[in-house]
Design a protein around this ligand. Sequence first.
Ligand code: GLN
Length: 235
Amino acid sequence: MSTESHLRLIWLYPDLLSTYGDRGNLLILARRADLRGLPVECAEVRADQPVPSDGDVYLIGGGEDGPQALAAQRLVTDGGLHRAVDRGATVFSVCAGYQLMGHAFFAKGTKCAGLGLLDITSDRGETRAVGELAGECDPMLGLPTLTGFENHGGRTHLGQGVRPVARVTSGIGNDGASEGAWHGRILGTYSHGPALARNPALADLLLRWATGLTLEPIDDRWPTRLREERLSAVR
Ligand code: GLN
């Protein structure tokens, strides 16, 4: 952890990328850290501001093609997120934010350069993937069934340098078979919802990556009810 042992959560470009409740990911992480007695500091960094490189967890959400292309350009030019990753920061990216972590993606019919932080490339599918998304997670992540909501035109292809987050059981995810990608402490997913409200174990995984701490269990009665409701909708 950084500054005076506060856990620093950085919500990137909420003015460009934040759809379907993605901001909730920041609130969930902060809340779950707080419940463990971890002091938290949240910062929202707009696209016209420099990206600090001393954060512990960076979050970036989904969005339409135009804002997504602009966000990618700015993040590449800024370089702060790359410096943070070099320091070992944790990154959680959703949908448009996930696609732009890769080598390239398509926005409004144009191929755009991504940040190259994940070994993935996105192109376009023939149809939009819209609806509930569920999958069984990579055993290496040690997570229960993933649940989310997806709405994207892109399809994502994984290179050798990443592992899928989940095997799709409902919805499309990357390509109808796999969903999301992760490497080191960088994880991307197509799940909105917000993803960390629906998947509290994933929120705790990010907190463990960022702090190296073992976290006490907390009362997850309400998230469990939400998960049961959403998962029963796709069974
Ligand atoms: N613009 C991207 C796509 O359509 C991402 C969409 C999103 O973030 N919901 O694939």
